[in-house]
Unconditional design. Structure first.
Length: 95
């Protein structure tokens, strides 16, 4: 049986817990947490997510999460990444 923690605890509490634990997660868990923060639309996660834009392991997931959150505060930072990014798949995600 799969539990829906957001239904039980609420999106804000789940997002805050994910943000707090983000640095402690293993690679796959961290990527899943980044994706979940995007799905939750967690604007409070922006500062934490910005830090993963330079990490090749999480860059693409972070860009997608920021796009799902849709906060205008992300735009200048994403444009900065576009100017220096060399990977084609990441550049396409930024566009």
């Amino acid at each position: 049986m799969k539990l829906n923690f957001t239904r039980i605890l609420g999106d804000d509490l789940v997002a805050l817990e994910l943000i707090e634990r983000l640095p402690c997660f293993r690679d796959n868990e961290r990527k899943a947490a980044i994706e979940a923060l995007g799905q939750l639309g967690a604007k409070k996660a922006l500062p934490a997510l910005f830090g993963y834009l330079t990490d090749d392991s999480y860059k693409l997931a972070t860009i997608k999460a920021l796009a799902k959150i849709g906060d205008s505060a992300s735009v200048p930072i994403l444009l900065e990444r576009l100017a220096v990014e060399e990977q084609d798949t990441v550049r396409c995600a930024l566009i």
